[in-house]
Design a protein around this ligand. Structure first.
Ligand code: PLP
Length: 476
């Protein structure tokens, strides 16, 4: 601990003898633990070990302050779709900042990049989406959706439709409404959540709930939980159903192919708005521009963030389908909702250039035709590892379960007695050996930048296999 900590940002803050990046890691770690409250972090543990200081990125690689090179298997936090080091995004933001760094979109004003991006989003999204409402993040997008669907039903003359149905183990953000929509028990326990009117059904995890059923049967069964919930609440009280096409933070839960079409049928039957949270799945992660296109459903609203700018600058939003947009714009008057930075010109400039890169380098098609199938084959090969129960892949995201193996099928594996321990151990080995994987309990997940090549996937999987070996040595 420094007795007299210098002010962050003051030149000359680093002492003599700084490390390879000109940085003194220990010193930064001290400042970090003295002043910086991190998201989703146990600060006692952080203090003990010190934060790893990430200083540079290029392509799929990161470097830390000690000069270690790391494969970023998580694309930041599922967001750096175009990869690191894109100078053209930096140039676009720089040029926009010189021209007009900020102006708001309240009170009948607009700005050029926000308009251009709105038109581009209408072009690349499914045809029902011709309008966008901008936010700064995915959480704010989902907050906006809660207000928007309730406003929609007011305007539609059915103000009783307030309830929103979501799923356990879903992640929809950290604001009060986002965390309420999410189905994370640990988040609900801190802060009296969920807020009123949010209800949860089970997640479509075949490994968790599909015993004795085919995947197709289980998909229909899991979608049926929505119908049961609608009937219990009364359809006249239900506004919307929200789900991630593939649950990301919950552990890459890929639903059976029968699930989403059945969810669509049920929403149509009871006239309920269908919301796709595409904060992770949007902008190519699954090999289509939006995950709903792969999963075969037509939502009324889409939440997006992350990949829209590849995380270079914060931006999120809601794509608003014709049904909702029509009432809001024709009959709604003022929608009393918005953020200072809705349609931030510099963020929209970053998004325009990012989408141009995704399009010109055909990164979405590459996920569908080359890198996604290659990741699938590589993860399928990891199932031969004695620590791996099963592995699933969808586009450029994948998960594998660390288990004790008793047999060949998904259901012949025994979970470790205390979950998290093995996952955290494995994650540490990965981190120490130059690859970032995330641990969700004992499920290890990846979602690398879409710019990753087939050769780099091989390099990543080779390191993963090596770290699985290291983990196995410690648990047997
Ligand atoms: N929705 C989903 C599906 C997410 O994965 C996330 C973040 O991981 C969010 C919403 C929240 O986005 P943000 O962290 O930008 O608020």
């Amino acid at each position: 601990m420094t007795t007299n900590p210098p002010q962050a940002g003051v030149p000359g803050i680093l002492p003599e003898g700084a490390g390879p990046q000109g940085l003194d890691t220990k010193f930064l770690q001290q400042l970090d633990s003295a002043h910086y409250l991190h998201p989703f972090t146990d600060h006692a543990a952080l203090r003990e070990h010190g934060a790893r200081v990430i200083v540079r990125g290029d392509g799929i690689y990161l470097w830390d302050s000690e000069g270690n090179k790391i494969i970023d298997g998580m694309a930041g936090l599922w967001c750096v779709n175009a990869g690191y080091g894109r100078t053209s995004i930096a140039d676009a933001v720089h040029a926009q900042m010189l021209q007009l760094p900020f102006y708001n979109s309240f009170f009948n004003t607009t700005n050029v990049p926000a308009v251009q991006l709105a038109a581009l989003l209408a072009d690349i999204s499914p045809p029902q989406f011709q309008h966008v409402f901008y936010t700064n993040s995915g959480s704010e997008a989902n907050d906006t959706i809660v207000r928007m669907v309730r406003r929609y039903w007011q305007l539609a003359g059915q103000p009783g439709r307030q309830a929103i149905i979501s799923r356990r183990n879903a992640y929809h953000g950290s604001t009060m409404a986002g965390a309420s929509l999410g189905g994370m028990a640990g988040m609900h326990a801190q802060g009296g959540l969920p807020i009123p009117g949010i209800h949860h059904i089970g997640q479509p995890s075949y490994a968790e709930g599909g015993r004795g059923m085919s995947e197709a049967e289980f998909g229909l069964e899991a979608a049926g939980w929505l119908e049961a919930s609608i009937l219990a609440l009364g359809p006249e009280n239900v506004a919307a159903f929200i789900g991630e096409p593939v649950q990301g933070a919950g552990g890459v839960i890929i639903p059976p192919s029968t699930y989403w079409p059945e969810i669509q049928r049920i929403c149509d039957k009871y006239d309920i708005l269908l919301v796709s949270d595409e904060v992770i799945c949007g902008f190519g992660r699954l090999g289509t521009w939006f995950g709903c296109e792969l999963m075969g459903f037509q939502p009324d609203l889409i939440a997006f963030a992350k990949g829209v700018t590849s995380g270079y600058v914060p931006l999120g939003g809601v794509l608003v389908g014709g049904r909702v947009a029509h009432l809001l714009t024709e009959k709604g008057g003022d929608f009393n909702h918005g953020f200072t930075y809705s349609g931030h010109p510099s963020a929209c400039a970053a998004a325009l250039e990012n989408i141009r890169i995704l399009e010109t380098e055909q990164l979405v098609e590459r996920v569908a035709l080359a890198t996604g199938p290659h990741l699938k084959a590589c993860f399928a090969s990891l199932v031969s590892h004695p620590l791996v129960g099963h592995a699933e892949t969808c586009g450029l995201t994948a998960g594998l379960n660390l288990v004790r193996r008793n047999g060949e099928t998904v259901h012949d594996c025994e979970p470790f007695a205390s979950t998290h321990v093995v996952g955290m151990l494995c994650r540490k080995h990965m981190f120490d050996n130059g690859v970032i994987m995330r641990a969700v309990g004992d499920r290890m997940i990846v979602a690398p930048p879409l710019s990753i090549t087939v050769g780099q996937i091989d390099e990543m999987v080779e390191r993963i296999r090596y770290c699985l070996d290291l983990t196995l040595e410690e648990v047997t």
